[in-house]
Ligand binder design. Structure first.
Ligand code: FAD
Length: 415
């Protein structure tokens, strides 16, 4: 195959790569997307946050998604024993979308790539980036392997690495670093529900909390299938023996709320296991490249922040590259790294405080204050850059303080 010359090479056609490609294409930048697999392809990450709707809308990818009739997600439900804590996105502190979707990502990502192709974006499937060489000025030569094992080179002024768990540049440039999030793993599959409960009970996205470290997700789709999965400490997930089917079936017994609903369903594919899924990097950008989405950072599935972080970072990187290509100066540290880290650190606090149990104390024993609930709800909707929200601005202290107050009140009222 012939070598190619482009302004921007995007590695990976997940939501991060697609949003970046759509923005660049809309602004007349010459972009090429290289994708290793054939779409539709399975990927986990099916519960979205309202914040990512802003991104799809800005790059004209919202209508193609609306046309898919995915299940609308207007909030989320957390269950612990007999206690239920529900968040309704229409009752959140920050202005913005109050709904999003829960969707099978194979269909979701396929719809995005089909729309990009329709818009004229050059996306190559079944092609894999295998090595990258940077020049002093940041331009690069990327070697791509085709399905016939031929190789060719892409010469680019800039690379956006949106390769998800492929983590192409973190691997090639040695940028991986351990995540600050405690290690957890997950096992999951899709099931066909023959008798889904009527009404919202059947369609509500729910997180069934089994203990401080272990929870079970139920994400019903509009196509009648439901995504189910467990998250827990790696030792807990590995303590179940047998085939993946046997392990997931056995784990289902842990959920007293859902066991009856799912005990006889067939898995639509052999349950998949992802061990120690949290990832981080030493730097989010370098001369001639930016890391976006999971290639940069993945925290934890508990607040469904992955796709939103992927689209936020993809869009931000695309905007800054467009500026740079127009000869405007860009401060990548401030405008990209600091900006992204701000949002990530809010979610990181929420994830950490989930697993210390402090956030669970607030959810299950103390969210009856409507103002506090609205402020937390805005974070759960993905609006983590709104510093007028005290639960964003003081994310590292407020959850702990509030949980302590709730515990103290409980103790006092018992005495
Ligand atoms: P991806 O969607 O992973 O896309 C990356 C693409 O890059 C892939 O298509 C891949 O084939 C391609 N690629 C890889 N290597 C190469 C290469 N060398 N050359 C060319 N192409 C390449 N997020 C949520 O928002 N909601 C959830 O409910 C949620 N649940 C999760 C549950 C679990 C157990 C885990 C582990 C994660 C979950 N996530 C969730 C996170 C979510 O999966 C990711 O954050 C999201 O998919 C990231 O999107 P992306 O565009 O960065 O990467």
């Amino acid at each position: 195959m012939k070598d190619v010359k482009v302004d921007v090479l995007i590695i990976g056609a997940g939501p991060s790569g697609c949003v970046a490609a759509a923005y660049l294409n809309k602004h007349g930048v010459n972009v090429k997307v290289i994708e290793k697999s054939v779409f539709p392809r399975f990927v986990i990450g099916e519960s979205l946050l309202p914040r990512c709707m802003d991104h799809f809308e800005e790059v004209d990818l919202l209508d193609c998604l609306i046309a898919q009739n995915f299940e609308v997600k207007s909030g989320a439900r957390f269950i612990k024993g007999d206690t239920i804590c529900e968040f309704d996105f229409s009752e959140k502190y920050t202005q913005g979308y109050d709904w999003t979707w829960q969707a099978p990502r194979a269909d979701f990502d396929y719809a995005l790539t089909e729309e990009l192709k329709r818009k004229g974006v050059d996306i190559a499937f079944k092609q894999e980036v295998i090595s990258v060489e940077f020049n002093k000025n940041g331009s690069s030569q990327t070697t791509v392997k085709t399905e016939n094992d031929e190789t060719f080179e892409v010469h680019a002024k800039f690379i956006i690495d949106s390769s998800g768990y492929g983590r192409v540049l973190p691997r090639l440039l040695n940028l991986d670093k351990p995540s600050s999030i405690p290690e957890h793993s997950s096992i999951f599959s899709h099931v066909k529900e023959l008798e889904r409960p009527a009404g919202t009970e059947g369609t509500f996205i729910t997180f069934d909390v089994l203990d401080t470290d272990t929870w079970f997700w139920v994400i019903p789709f509009s196509n009648g299938n439901t995504s189910i999965g467990f998250v827990g400490k790696t030792d807990f997930i590995n303590s179940f023996e047998g085939t993946p089917e046997e392990r997931l079936s056995e784990m289902l017994k842990e959920s007293s709320y859902y066991y009856e609903r799912f005990k006889d369903v067939d898995f639509l594919f052999e349950p998949k296991i992802i061990q120690n899924y949290s990832k981080s990097v030493t730097q989010l950008y370098g001369k001639g490249y930016a890391l976006t989405g999971n290639s940069a950072e993945f925290l934890d599935p508990v607040f469904s922040s992955g796709v939103t972080f992927a689209t936020e970072s993809g869009l931000k990187a695309a905007k800054l590259i467009t500026k740079e290509l127009q000869n405007e100066s860009v401060d990548w540290e401030k405008e990209y790294a600091e900006y992204m880290k701000k949002g990530v650190s809010v979610f990181a606090s929420y994830v950490k405080e989930w697993y210390t149990g402090n956030l669970q104390t607030i959810f299950f024993e103390g969210t009856d204050n409507p103002d506090i609930k609205k402020q937390i709800c805005a974070v759960l909707a993905g609006y983590v850059w709104d510093e007028t929200n005290p639960f964003v601005k003081n994310h590292d202290r407020l959850i702990k303080t509030l949980a302590n107050v709730i515990q103290l009140n409980k103790r006092v009222s018992k005495e």
